[in-house]
Design a protein around this ligand. Structure first.
Ligand code: NAD
Length: 388
């Protein structure tokens, strides 16, 4: 059980790029990084608008001279300080991630980057090589992976409780963009602009989340080929899609599907993963994240609850309050940030923790690779393509 006791010798000196006032995702980064005293927020280039960014940073108790107008200035000036930053989180629109991550790695910083890591596999591999050469950690915030019941699912599958897995059914299908809300919402506007969003909208923004959950639960599953169809029901979003269906064939013969959708009128989040085996199935839904449905063929369905002592110890290790009291996305993200901190502390000691899983640079590369393959299939007429 997590009690907030120290995981690192000293809190990691940490900065943010983006995540400024009014941003969607900035607060959960700060809340999760700061919760367990693993990180200390000492600097930032929080906003595309420097004055607003500075005002915001000061309100977060960052010293005024360490609230920078831009990330390049921040890296340069922090490098000259004895107490300069050691790690940076990037929470800006997608089109900036590649340049910022690259610059941070060249500046010798560990990076926690929002998904997608970048737009092309070529760029992703370049960043992966750079991070490895420099022995720096890159974490990707696939935040749902930090939920305790995802770890429980991973353990159940590893221990054969489901038998041989044949189907992995995934979806992230919310309804918030069922109308062209981007006309009046800056956080949505860039998501449908290929220059800032990249080659896809919902495939990258939504589909990669349950895809990463499947990677946690089924670490050895490798995609052999896939087929994808994508379309924009809100026509102004073309060429980017607001709906996509992907079917995947894994090397072991199992089949996976991912439905990525943001026009699902009435649906809140609609992120689900169902893993079906020869003996039993499990299903997890992010709107009820404390529970995992476990269905054994021929028996009544069971609902496993977070924090209960019938769970695997690996899952209970992530518990923060005991059964009954609900936990949520903030706790899941905090669990991930704790993993990032442990990985960074180990990297600083040159002691790579092979036992510690977290969405690292390989998860970033894989997300970009999956989107690239989906787009290649869809734009060639929804044909099967070998996974490259
Ligand atoms: P947003 O548009 O709401 O906020 C972006 C923030 O970045 C703003 O504060 C803006 O001023 C700042 N910014 C933009 N360019 C900047 C620059 N060059 N320098 C400094 N600051 C800059 O966006 P958002 O919805 O918070 O999304 C940000 C990123 O987080 C995206 O990559 C998105 O895909 C990702 N995201 C991830 C999750 C998740 O679950 N992991 C959820 C939502 C968003």
């Amino acid at each position: 059980m997590i009690q907030g006791e120290k995981n690192v010798e000293q809190p990691i000196r940490w900065a943010m790029i983006g995540g400024g006032r009014g941003s969607q995702i900035g607060y959960i980064h700060r809340s999760s990084a700061l919760r367990d005293h693993n990180f200390e927020l000492v600097a930032g280039a929080f906003d595309i608008n420097p004055n607003r960014g500075k005002d915001f940073g000061v309100n977060l108790h960052v010293e005024p001279e360490r609230c920078y107008a831009g990330y390049k200035e921040m890296f340069e000036k922090e490098a000259k300080r004895e107490d300069g930053i050691q790690a940076v989180s990037i929470a800006t629109p997608n089109g900036t991630h590649y340049e910022m991550t690259k610059a941070a790695l060249y500046a010798g910083l560990h990076v926690i980057c929002e998904k997608p890591l970048c737009f092309t596999v070529k760029e992703a591999i370049e960043l992966e090589k750079l991070a490895k050469n420099k022995q720096l950690v890159v974490g990707i915030t696939y935040g749902y992976a930090g939920h305790q019941m995802i770890e429980q699912a991973r353990q159940m599958i590893e221990n054969g409780e489901l038998g041989d897995i044949c189907i992995v059914n995934m979806q992230f299908a919310h309804g918030f963009h069922s109308a062209p809300v981007e006309a009046a919402n800056a956080s949505t506007k860039w998501r449908v602009d290929p220059k800032m969003a990249g080659p896809s909208y919902v495939l990258g923004d939504l589909g990669t989340h349950p895809l990463y959950l499947s990677k946690v639960m089924l670490p050895n599953f490798k995609i052999k080929k896939l087929m994808c169809t994508r379309q924009s029901f809100v026509k102004s979003r073309a060429p980017l899609e607001d709906n996509a269906y992907t079917i995947m064939e894994y090397e072991n013969g199992a089949i996976g599907t991912v439905w990525s959708f943001c026009v699902n009128a009435g649906s809140m989040h609609g992120q689900k993963i169902r893993v079906i085996g020869s003996k039993a199935s499990i299903e997890w839904w992010d709107e009820h994240p404390n529970q995992l449905r476990y269905e054994v063929q021929g028996k009544p369905a069971m609902i496993l609850d977070r924090g209960m002592n019938y769970l695997y110890p690996e899952a209970l290790a992530d518990d923060r309050i005991g059964g009954g009291h609900p936990e949520g996305l903030f706790e899941a993200w905090s669990n991930l940030y704790t993993r990032f901190a442990k990985a960074i502390a180990a990297a600083e000691r040159r002691d790579w923790r092979e036992d510690l899983w977290y969405p690292g640079i390989e998860a970033g590369v894989e997300g970009v690779r999956w989107v690239e393959n989906c787009v290649r299939s869809a734009d060639n007429g929804a044909v099967w393509v070998e996974y490259q």
